[in-house]
Design a protein around this ligand. Structure first.
Ligand code: R2B
Ligand code: URA
Length: 315
Protein backbone atom coordinates (compact mmCIF):
# COMPACT_ATOMS: atom_id res chain seq x y z
CA UNK A 1 0.00 0.00 0.00
CA UNK A 2 2.82 2.38 1.02
CA UNK A 3 4.65 1.73 -2.25
CA UNK A 4 1.47 2.30 -4.25
CA UNK A 5 1.04 5.72 -2.61
CA UNK A 6 4.66 6.64 -3.26
CA UNK A 7 4.40 5.61 -6.91
CA UNK A 8 1.15 7.56 -7.17
CA UNK A 9 2.78 10.71 -5.79
CA UNK A 10 5.53 10.39 -8.38
CA UNK A 11 2.99 10.10 -11.17
CA UNK A 12 1.14 13.16 -9.88
CA UNK A 13 4.28 15.25 -9.74
CA UNK A 14 5.22 14.44 -13.35
CA UNK A 15 5.13 17.56 -15.51
CA UNK A 16 2.45 16.25 -17.82
CA UNK A 17 -0.68 14.41 -16.75
CA UNK A 18 -0.25 10.96 -18.22
CA UNK A 19 -2.98 9.36 -20.32
CA UNK A 20 -3.17 6.11 -18.37
CA UNK A 21 -5.74 3.51 -19.36
CA UNK A 22 -9.14 3.65 -17.71
CA UNK A 23 -11.71 6.29 -16.70
CA UNK A 24 -10.49 8.82 -19.25
CA UNK A 25 -9.50 8.73 -22.89
CA UNK A 26 -8.12 12.12 -23.82
CA UNK A 27 -4.78 12.68 -25.61
CA UNK A 28 -4.74 16.34 -24.54
CA UNK A 29 -3.93 15.33 -20.97
CA UNK A 30 -0.41 14.49 -22.14
CA UNK A 31 0.34 18.20 -22.53
CA UNK A 32 -1.50 19.46 -19.43
CA UNK A 33 0.58 20.17 -16.36
CA UNK A 34 -2.31 20.16 -13.97
CA UNK A 35 -6.05 19.69 -13.98
CA UNK A 36 -8.89 21.60 -12.35
CA UNK A 37 -12.10 19.77 -11.35
CA UNK A 38 -13.96 23.04 -11.17
CA UNK A 39 -17.42 21.86 -10.07
CA UNK A 40 -15.93 19.68 -7.32
CA UNK A 41 -13.58 22.45 -6.14
CA UNK A 42 -10.60 20.07 -6.43
CA UNK A 43 -7.44 20.16 -8.55
CA UNK A 44 -4.22 18.24 -8.98
CA UNK A 45 -1.94 21.11 -7.85
CA UNK A 46 -3.31 21.74 -4.39
CA UNK A 47 -4.70 18.31 -3.53
CA UNK A 48 -3.04 14.90 -3.46
CA UNK A 49 -5.94 13.09 -5.08
CA UNK A 50 -4.17 9.74 -4.88
CA UNK A 51 -3.77 10.01 -1.13
CA UNK A 52 -7.38 11.16 -0.78
CA UNK A 53 -9.14 8.72 -3.10
CA UNK A 54 -7.01 5.77 -4.26
CA UNK A 55 -9.04 3.27 -2.17
CA UNK A 56 -12.40 4.15 -3.79
CA UNK A 57 -14.27 1.10 -5.15
CA UNK A 58 -17.90 2.28 -5.33
CA UNK A 59 -19.53 5.56 -6.37
CA UNK A 60 -23.21 6.06 -5.51
CA UNK A 61 -24.91 8.96 -7.25
CA UNK A 62 -28.35 10.52 -6.92
CA UNK A 63 -29.98 13.78 -7.89
CA UNK A 64 -30.37 15.43 -4.50
CA UNK A 65 -27.42 16.78 -2.43
CA UNK A 66 -29.33 16.22 0.82
CA UNK A 67 -30.11 12.60 -0.05
CA UNK A 68 -26.47 11.92 -0.90
CA UNK A 69 -25.42 13.35 2.52
CA UNK A 70 -27.99 11.10 4.20
CA UNK A 71 -26.75 8.13 2.19
CA UNK A 72 -23.21 8.87 3.43
CA UNK A 73 -24.58 8.94 7.01
CA UNK A 74 -26.25 5.60 6.34
CA UNK A 75 -22.96 4.17 5.06
CA UNK A 76 -21.26 5.26 8.29
CA UNK A 77 -23.97 3.36 10.22
CA UNK A 78 -24.03 0.23 8.06
CA UNK A 79 -20.51 -0.32 6.72
CA UNK A 80 -17.71 -1.69 8.87
CA UNK A 81 -15.78 1.63 8.71
CA UNK A 82 -16.09 3.44 12.02
CA UNK A 83 -15.35 7.16 12.12
CA UNK A 84 -12.58 8.04 14.56
CA UNK A 85 -13.96 9.78 17.69
CA UNK A 86 -14.56 13.45 17.08
CA UNK A 87 -14.53 13.12 13.30
CA UNK A 88 -17.52 13.99 11.20
CA UNK A 89 -18.44 13.69 7.52
CA UNK A 90 -17.50 16.66 5.39
CA UNK A 91 -18.63 17.64 1.90
CA UNK A 92 -15.37 17.23 -0.03
CA UNK A 93 -16.75 19.45 -2.81
CA UNK A 94 -17.73 22.09 -0.24
CA UNK A 95 -15.72 24.78 -2.07
CA UNK A 96 -18.28 24.58 -4.87
CA UNK A 97 -22.01 24.93 -4.34
CA UNK A 98 -22.91 22.85 -7.41
CA UNK A 99 -22.61 19.25 -6.18
CA UNK A 100 -21.80 17.39 -2.96
CA UNK A 101 -19.22 14.65 -2.55
CA UNK A 102 -18.78 12.45 0.54
CA UNK A 103 -16.41 9.55 1.22
CA UNK A 104 -17.03 6.68 3.62
CA UNK A 105 -14.25 4.10 3.39
CA UNK A 106 -14.15 2.89 -0.23
CA UNK A 107 -17.54 4.43 -1.12
CA UNK A 108 -18.16 7.89 -2.56
CA UNK A 109 -21.59 9.45 -2.63
CA UNK A 110 -22.13 12.32 -5.07
CA UNK A 111 -25.13 14.38 -6.14
CA UNK A 112 -25.71 14.89 -9.86
CA UNK A 113 -28.65 17.30 -10.02
CA UNK A 114 -31.50 16.82 -12.50
CA UNK A 115 -31.10 15.90 -16.14
CA UNK A 116 -28.33 14.84 -18.49
CA UNK A 117 -26.30 18.10 -18.72
CA UNK A 118 -25.93 18.29 -14.94
CA UNK A 119 -25.01 14.58 -14.70
CA UNK A 120 -22.52 14.74 -17.55
CA UNK A 121 -20.49 17.55 -15.90
CA UNK A 122 -19.98 15.68 -12.66
CA UNK A 123 -19.28 12.37 -14.42
CA UNK A 124 -16.45 13.99 -16.42
CA UNK A 125 -14.98 15.33 -13.19
CA UNK A 126 -15.46 12.11 -11.20
CA UNK A 127 -13.77 10.06 -13.93
CA UNK A 128 -10.87 12.52 -13.98
CA UNK A 129 -10.72 12.34 -10.19
CA UNK A 130 -10.56 8.52 -10.20
CA UNK A 131 -7.95 8.63 -12.96
CA UNK A 132 -5.73 11.08 -11.06
CA UNK A 133 -6.21 8.98 -7.92
CA UNK A 134 -5.16 5.81 -9.79
CA UNK A 135 -8.27 3.92 -8.68
CA UNK A 136 -9.07 0.48 -10.04
CA UNK A 137 -12.20 -1.65 -10.46
CA UNK A 138 -14.69 1.04 -9.44
CA UNK A 139 -18.43 0.41 -9.83
CA UNK A 140 -20.89 3.27 -10.31
CA UNK A 141 -24.53 3.26 -9.15
CA UNK A 142 -27.29 5.73 -9.82
CA UNK A 143 -29.86 5.46 -7.03
CA UNK A 144 -32.76 7.60 -8.09
CA UNK A 145 -36.45 8.16 -8.58
CA UNK A 146 -38.65 7.65 -11.62
CA UNK A 147 -42.19 7.28 -12.86
CA UNK A 148 -43.23 3.63 -13.25
CA UNK A 149 -45.11 2.09 -16.16
CA UNK A 150 -47.50 -0.64 -15.03
CA UNK A 151 -45.70 -1.35 -11.74
CA UNK A 152 -47.10 -0.46 -8.30
CA UNK A 153 -45.82 2.92 -7.02
CA UNK A 154 -43.05 2.34 -4.48
CA UNK A 155 -41.52 -0.49 -6.51
CA UNK A 156 -37.84 -0.56 -7.43
CA UNK A 157 -36.63 -0.98 -11.02
CA UNK A 158 -33.12 -2.18 -11.84
CA UNK A 159 -32.44 -1.02 -15.40
CA UNK A 160 -31.47 -3.81 -17.81
CA UNK A 161 -31.12 -1.39 -20.67
CA UNK A 162 -31.84 2.26 -21.34
CA UNK A 163 -33.41 4.25 -24.18
CA UNK A 164 -33.40 7.95 -24.93
CA UNK A 165 -36.54 10.00 -25.62
CA UNK A 166 -36.56 8.80 -29.25
CA UNK A 167 -36.31 5.19 -28.01
CA UNK A 168 -32.71 4.88 -29.21
CA UNK A 169 -30.31 2.79 -27.09
CA UNK A 170 -27.63 5.47 -27.29
CA UNK A 171 -26.84 8.95 -26.02
CA UNK A 172 -26.79 11.77 -28.58
CA UNK A 173 -24.67 14.84 -27.95
CA UNK A 174 -23.98 17.79 -30.25
CA UNK A 175 -20.16 18.09 -30.43
CA UNK A 176 -18.50 20.78 -32.59
CA UNK A 177 -21.77 21.33 -34.43
CA UNK A 178 -22.47 17.66 -35.16
CA UNK A 179 -24.53 15.01 -33.37
CA UNK A 180 -22.29 12.33 -31.89
CA UNK A 181 -23.82 9.11 -30.60
CA UNK A 182 -22.50 6.92 -27.81
CA UNK A 183 -23.83 3.40 -27.05
CA UNK A 184 -25.44 3.05 -23.65
CA UNK A 185 -25.30 -0.58 -22.52
CA UNK A 186 -25.38 -1.61 -18.89
CA UNK A 187 -23.53 -4.51 -17.26
CA UNK A 188 -25.88 -7.50 -17.13
CA UNK A 189 -23.99 -9.32 -14.34
CA UNK A 190 -24.58 -6.49 -11.88
CA UNK A 191 -28.26 -6.39 -12.82
CA UNK A 192 -28.55 -10.12 -12.01
CA UNK A 193 -26.68 -9.69 -8.73
CA UNK A 194 -28.67 -6.64 -7.66
CA UNK A 195 -32.00 -8.35 -8.25
CA UNK A 196 -30.81 -11.24 -6.04
CA UNK A 197 -30.47 -8.75 -3.19
CA UNK A 198 -34.20 -8.00 -3.26
CA UNK A 199 -35.92 -9.95 -0.46
CA UNK A 200 -39.45 -11.38 -0.44
CA UNK A 201 -40.17 -9.59 2.85
CA UNK A 202 -38.89 -6.16 1.73
CA UNK A 203 -42.44 -4.84 1.56
CA UNK A 204 -41.88 -3.73 -2.05
CA UNK A 205 -41.19 -5.44 -5.34
CA UNK A 206 -37.97 -5.12 -7.31
CA UNK A 207 -38.21 -5.52 -11.08
CA UNK A 208 -35.69 -5.57 -13.90
CA UNK A 209 -36.61 -3.89 -17.16
CA UNK A 210 -35.98 -1.13 -19.63
CA UNK A 211 -35.71 2.51 -18.56
CA UNK A 212 -36.59 5.48 -20.73
CA UNK A 213 -34.46 8.56 -20.15
CA UNK A 214 -36.39 11.72 -21.05
CA UNK A 215 -34.99 15.22 -21.47
CA UNK A 216 -37.80 16.75 -19.48
CA UNK A 217 -40.18 15.90 -16.62
CA UNK A 218 -43.38 17.16 -18.31
CA UNK A 219 -43.74 17.04 -22.12
CA UNK A 220 -40.66 14.81 -22.45
CA UNK A 221 -42.43 12.21 -20.26
CA UNK A 222 -45.85 12.64 -21.90
CA UNK A 223 -47.46 14.38 -18.92
CA UNK A 224 -50.67 16.33 -19.31
CA UNK A 225 -50.04 18.64 -16.34
CA UNK A 226 -47.14 20.84 -17.54
CA UNK A 227 -47.46 24.55 -18.26
CA UNK A 228 -47.79 23.67 -21.95
CA UNK A 229 -49.24 20.66 -23.73
CA UNK A 230 -50.16 20.17 -27.37
CA UNK A 231 -51.22 16.49 -27.36
CA UNK A 232 -54.30 14.65 -26.16
CA UNK A 233 -54.76 12.15 -23.37
CA UNK A 234 -55.09 9.44 -26.06
CA UNK A 235 -51.73 10.48 -27.58
CA UNK A 236 -50.15 10.22 -24.14
CA UNK A 237 -51.68 6.81 -23.39
CA UNK A 238 -50.68 5.48 -26.84
CA UNK A 239 -47.08 6.48 -26.15
CA UNK A 240 -47.00 5.00 -22.63
CA UNK A 241 -48.61 1.76 -23.84
CA UNK A 242 -46.06 1.57 -26.66
CA UNK A 243 -43.30 1.92 -24.07
CA UNK A 244 -44.92 -0.75 -21.90
CA UNK A 245 -45.13 -3.12 -24.89
CA UNK A 246 -41.40 -2.63 -25.47
CA UNK A 247 -40.64 -3.62 -21.87
CA UNK A 248 -40.06 -0.12 -20.49
CA UNK A 249 -40.86 -0.18 -16.75
CA UNK A 250 -39.89 3.34 -15.80
CA UNK A 251 -39.04 6.86 -17.00
CA UNK A 252 -36.42 9.15 -15.51
CA UNK A 253 -33.96 11.78 -16.72
CA UNK A 254 -30.33 10.61 -16.47
CA UNK A 255 -29.93 6.89 -17.23
CA UNK A 256 -28.85 7.21 -20.90
CA UNK A 257 -25.96 9.51 -20.02
CA UNK A 258 -25.04 7.47 -16.95
CA UNK A 259 -24.86 4.26 -19.00
CA UNK A 260 -23.10 5.84 -22.00
CA UNK A 261 -20.47 7.74 -20.05
CA UNK A 262 -19.70 4.80 -17.73
CA UNK A 263 -19.26 2.63 -20.83
CA UNK A 264 -16.83 5.17 -22.33
CA UNK A 265 -14.94 5.21 -19.02
CA UNK A 266 -14.80 1.41 -18.97
CA UNK A 267 -16.63 1.42 -15.66
CA UNK A 268 -19.34 -1.05 -14.62
CA UNK A 269 -22.56 0.78 -13.84
CA UNK A 270 -26.08 0.12 -12.61
CA UNK A 271 -29.21 2.26 -12.46
CA UNK A 272 -31.63 1.48 -9.63
CA UNK A 273 -34.71 3.67 -9.25
CA UNK A 274 -37.80 3.84 -7.11
CA UNK A 275 -41.06 4.42 -8.99
CA UNK A 276 -43.09 7.22 -7.40
CA UNK A 277 -46.21 7.02 -9.59
CA UNK A 278 -47.72 4.60 -12.11
CA UNK A 279 -47.82 6.72 -15.24
CA UNK A 280 -50.57 4.52 -16.74
CA UNK A 281 -52.78 5.83 -13.89
CA UNK A 282 -51.55 9.31 -13.05
CA UNK A 283 -49.17 12.15 -13.86
CA UNK A 284 -48.97 13.85 -10.48
CA UNK A 285 -47.02 12.60 -7.48
CA UNK A 286 -49.73 12.57 -4.81
CA UNK A 287 -48.37 10.37 -1.95
CA UNK A 288 -47.36 12.16 1.26
CA UNK A 289 -43.84 13.52 1.65
CA UNK A 290 -43.05 10.80 4.22
CA UNK A 291 -44.19 8.05 1.86
CA UNK A 292 -42.13 9.44 -1.03
CA UNK A 293 -39.04 9.69 1.20
CA UNK A 294 -39.53 6.07 2.32
CA UNK A 295 -39.85 4.90 -1.31
CA UNK A 296 -36.85 6.92 -2.50
CA UNK A 297 -34.60 5.12 0.04
CA UNK A 298 -35.44 1.68 -1.36
CA UNK A 299 -32.92 1.63 -4.25
CA UNK A 300 -30.21 2.51 -1.70
CA UNK A 301 -31.23 -0.51 0.39
CA UNK A 302 -30.66 -2.87 -2.55
CA UNK A 303 -27.37 -1.23 -3.59
CA UNK A 304 -26.08 -1.21 0.00
CA UNK A 305 -26.68 -4.94 0.30
CA UNK A 306 -24.66 -5.42 -2.88
CA UNK A 307 -21.79 -3.22 -1.67
CA UNK A 308 -21.72 -4.91 1.75
CA UNK A 309 -21.54 -8.35 0.15
CA UNK A 310 -18.71 -7.27 -2.20
CA UNK A 311 -16.76 -5.78 0.73
CA UNK A 312 -17.23 -9.02 2.69
CA UNK A 313 -15.84 -10.98 -0.29
CA UNK A 314 -12.80 -8.67 -0.44
CA UNK A 315 -11.98 -9.02 3.29
C1 R2B B 1 -35.96 11.62 -11.46
O1 R2B B 1 -36.48 12.59 -10.70
C2 R2B B 1 -36.02 13.88 -11.18
C3 R2B B 1 -37.20 14.68 -11.66
O2 R2B B 1 -38.11 14.88 -10.63
C4 R2B B 1 -35.02 13.56 -12.23
O3 R2B B 1 -33.71 13.90 -11.86
C5 R2B B 1 -35.11 12.11 -12.36
O4 R2B B 1 -34.35 11.40 -13.20
N1 URA C 1 -38.82 11.39 -11.80
C1 URA C 1 -39.11 11.45 -13.11
O1 URA C 1 -38.25 11.80 -13.93
N2 URA C 1 -40.35 11.11 -13.50
C2 URA C 1 -41.30 10.76 -12.62
O2 URA C 1 -42.44 10.50 -13.04
C3 URA C 1 -40.98 10.71 -11.25
C4 URA C 1 -39.71 11.03 -10.87
Amino acid sequence: MASKTKKARMVQSDNALSDRQGFISNPHFASMESDVLYHLALDTKNFNLTEMFSDVKFVCMGGSPDRMKKLADRLVEELPYSMPTGHTLCNIAGGSDRYVLYKVGPVLTASHGMGVPSLSIILHELFKLLHHAQCEDVIFFRVGSSGGIGVPPGSVVVSESVLDGLLHPHMSLPVLGEIKTFPAYLNSDIVKDLVKFAHDDDGFKTYRGKTLCANDFYEGQGRLDGAFCEYTKDDKMDFLKRLSKEGVLNIEMEAICFAAMCLRANVKAAVVCATLVDRLQDDQLTPSHDTLVKWILRPETIVLRYIKSKLKEQN
